[in-house]
Each structure stands twice: as C-alpha cells, then as structure tokens.
Design a protein around this ligand. Structure first.
Ligand SMILES: Cc1cc2nc3c(=O)[nH]c(=O)nc-3n(C[C@H](O)[C@H](O)[C@H](O)COP(=O)(O)OP(=O)(O)OC[C@H]3O[C@@H](n4cnc5c(N)ncnc54)[C@H](O)[C@@H]3O)c2cc1C
Length: 420
C-alpha cells in the first residue's frame, strides 16, 4: 500500500500566489509542501507590483532576486481616448507627489516566478511535488489528499492557490464546494511586449478606449509591455494578423508616443471575467489569489490583492505556537479580514471597467467628473495615489468600511452559482 506523506501545510498551485505563500510560510520553519504541475506554456504577462507588494517581497527575502529584472514606474498617465461627447482631461500622477521614489515596479511573470522558485531552494522544511491534487477530504484532525498519480498526502491546512478554476475550492465543504459569484465581460486582453525608438521615461500610460483600456507599462530600456483590452471578435482578428501590420496599428493606438515599435514576444489573448468566492476559508481549506477572486486587468489589482491574502494568512499561521494549528480560529479570522478588501476591489474594478464600456451619458458624466476632481484637488489626488500603492493608507478605514458595507448588499453577498 502507498505510504502517506505528512506535512503541516500543503499548497496547491505553483503560480505566483502559491510560490509567494510557500516563501512566506517556509521562512518561519513550518513544514510546507507545494503541489504544482509543470506549467506547459510560459506566462507571457507582466505584473505591475505596487509599493505595498514590493515591501512584502522584501520581507520574505525574494525582492533581491527579482530586482535586476524589474523596471520602476515613477509616473502614471491616463488619457481619455474614448472620442465620446464627454471627454475627460489627461491626467498625470507622479510618485514624487506622495514622497515615493516610484509607485512600484513592472516585471515579467516568468522572471518573478523564477525569483520565487529560486528563493525556495534555501528552505530544508520546503518540498515541491510535481503533480495535481485530484481529491481531498477533511476530518477533525487532517486533510487527506490524493494526487492525480495516486500519491497520498496529509496536512493540517490545505491552501488552494490553484487559480480561477480551483480544485481545492470545489473540494471544500465536503465536496459541494465554496460557492462563487462570477460573470463575464464582452472583452479580451491582448498581451505582448514591444521595443520602441523613444524612451518610456519610467512612465506607464493608460489610454481609455470605449472597448477598455490600452495600457503600456515600462519593462526595460526602450522595451514596454502592452495590455490591450478589446472586444473578443477583435482579439481573434488581432491574433491572426501579421506582426508588421499589428505594429502599425499599435503605434497608431498610442499616437506614436514611443515612436516606432517592434513586437518582441509571442502574442497572447485572455478572455476577461470576474469571480469571487463567498468565503476565503472553510474548515481546513483556504484560498489565496485567483482561486478566491478574479477581475479584469485594470489598475494592476490581481496579484497585488493576492499578496494581501498571503500576508494575512501567513501571519496567522506563523503566529501559532502550539503543536497543532488552531485551524477553526485561523479560518474565521482570515474570512473576516479578507472579505471587505476583496469585495471593495472587485466592485471598484467592475465599476471602472463598466464606466468605459457604457454609452449611457450620466455614467460618462460621473466618470469624467471623477477624473476632473483628480486633476483639480491635490488632497483627493494624494489620497487616491496612496490608496492605490498601499491599501488602507489613502482613505484610512474608508475602503474597509466600503467593503464591509458591500457584504450587506444581497447582489454582492449572495453567490449566483455554486461552483464552476
Ligand atoms: C492580462 C493580465 C494582466 C495582468 N496584470 C496584472 C498586474 O499588472 N498586476 C497584478 O497584480 N495582477 C495582474 N494580473 C492578475 C494576475 O496575473 C493574477 O492575479 C495572478 O497571476 C494569479 O496568480 P495565481 O497564482 O493566483 O493563479 P494562477 O496563475 O492561475 O496559478 C494557478 C496554478 O495552479 C495550478 N493548478 C491548477 N489546478 C491544480 C491542482 N488541482 N493541483 C495543483 N495545482 C493546480 C495551475 O497549473 C497554475 O499553475 C493580470 C491578469 C491578466 C489576465
């Protein structure tokens, strides 16, 4: 009979969230295993890491390894390119306005993943198991896990960092799954990197179009990454185009602000949707990252929010001093701490995205007024910038209160589906 290997904590998923949590927990000496399949296709995306996330990567001793591959973002420019009747003025945020050297750093996901993986090599209490979780059942003492290859594992806490279709989330609650609320957008994100003849000046530029944002983020000297949100049929058409033809279209879309461009990576397309789980923990099953919440790539929120899940969960687990983890207590505190933040971010990104798609004049008026307020009021600008880079520092407890209030609105509290 196959032997069962025991660990205190098992993490499912070797994406950015799983690797980050493994680093955070391993440094406190806890016996942790990461169950992760080999990723078939390299992740072509880049991640804009906001200041708070950078501080956390420093705290878990990963930043030194990532830093050489990053590019600083000192300015963020938003240009209304909707060509609608109500047109917002251009807005430029400078990190120096809030006494920061930069808002954050941009890095290719493959480079951040390599830094996180490399950093884990120093921990003797960490192990990586190549495979996928196919079943998990909890009892009063443990979670018994079976991998797709039949291998058996056991742990006190199982964390799903296994992405939007999380198996861990579906196996929780005795197999009925943690309920989710999810919806689709009529949009896809085209992702690629390109070289350019004019310097980016460490500035990220977001053009707001009526199909979604077209965002350029600095990557290396004269290289930037692009996330271009378009209608799904246009995404298909873009994917079939010759590079030269597409390069000209991209130059035109960004009004040639970076001069002539050349695509230097593969082009990938991501259909956009949103999801949030009703709970971030149930029994011995916990969720972090996209397993618990997904939204469109607007305002660099996905992994940055995932880092805050990880920060809270790792702190609660690592603070335990008794031989066995007080799982029930950790679960209820983790749920209480994460819910407001997740809901507030989901709703903010959703509203911003819908305000771009909407042709409804009052919605455009609201959006334009918001942007005008940002150009006029120094205090409001600073609050927005601080909240953006380090949640909780701009609006104080305001954002938390907003998130908590949302939990009382049935539309956001009641999940529409059990699980996908
Ligand atoms: C176009 C685009 C641009 C983005 N830009 C930004 C940005 O600038 N800043 C930002 O903060 N966020 C950004 N995001 C969001 C960010 O990329 C995601 O939030 C983040 O990558 C999610 O990481 P994850 O580890 O939670 O999930 P995933 O990356 O989905 O990883 C999950 C892993 O789990 C594995 N897995 C699945 N099932 C199992 C199983 N049964 N057992 C074990 N393992 C399993 C999978 O193989 C996968 O490797 C962007 C998203 C998109 C689409």
């Amino acid at each position: 009979m196959a032997r069962t290997t025991k660990h205190k904590l098992i993490i499912a998923g070797g994406g950015l969230a799983g690797l980050t949590l493994a680093n955070a927990v391993a440094q406190s000496g806890i016996n942790v295993a990461l169950v992760a399949p080999v990723i078939p296709q390299p992740d072509g995306r880049t991640t804009a890491l906001l200041a708070h996330s950078v501080d956390y990567l420093k705290k878990i001793n990963v930043w030194e390894r990532a830093l050489p591959k990053t590019a600083a973002m000192t300015c963020i420019r938003i240009i209304d390119d909707t060509r609608r009747l109500l047109h917002a003025p251009e807005i430029l945020f400078k990190s120096s306005e809030i006494e920061l050297d930069q808002f954050g750093f941009n890095i290719q996901n493959k480079d951040l993943s390599a830094a996180l993986t490399d950093s884990l090599k120093k921990y003797k209490n960490f192990s990586r198991i190549d495979g996928k979780i196919s079943d998990a059942v909890e009892n009063d003492e443990n979670v018994s896990i079976i991998l797709e290859n039949g291998e058996k594992l056991e742990c006190e806490i199982l964390v799903g960092a296994d992405g939007r279709n999380s198996t861990v989330r579906k196996l929780a609650e005795g197999g009925s799954g943690i309920a989710v609320r999810q919806w689709r957008y009529p949009q896809s994100a085209i992702v690629l990197n390109f070289s350019h003849t004019l310097p980016h000046d460490d500035t990220s530029t977001e053009f707001h179009n009526s199909s979604g944002p077209f965002t350029i983020v600095p990557l290396e000297t004269n290289i930037s990454s692009l996330v271009w949100v378009v209608k799904p049929e246009m995404a298909e058409e873009i994917m079939s185009r010759q590079h030269r033809e597409l390069e000209l279209e991209i130059e035109q879309q960004m009004h040639s602000i970076l001069g002539k461009i050349k695509i230097v990576t593969d082009i990938q397309s991501f259909p956009l949707s949103a999801m949030n789980a009703k709970k971030m923990a149930s029994g011995r099953f916990f969720l972090v990252g996209d397993a618990g919440h997904v939204f469109p790539p607007i305002g660099a929120q996905g992994y940055n929010l995932g880092i805050r899940d990880i920060e809270d969960l790792a702190a609660m687990i690592c603070a335990q001093t008794s031989e066995r983890l007080a799982v029930e207590n950790i679960a209820s505190r983790y749920n209480a701490k994460r819910r407001g933040d997740v809901l507030a971010r989901t709703v903010s990104v959703d509203l911003l995205n819908r305000s771009l798609l909407s042709d409804f004049l009052p919605v455009q008026l609201l959006r334009t007024s918001g942007i005008i307020a940002l150009t006029q009021s120094k205090t409001f600008r600073k609050m927005m910038m601080r909240e953006g880079v380090s949640p909780g520092t701009g609006f104080g407890t305001g954002y938390k209160v907003f998130g908590e209030a949302l939990q009382n609105i049935p539309r956001f509290f009641q999940p529409s589906k059990n699980h996908s």
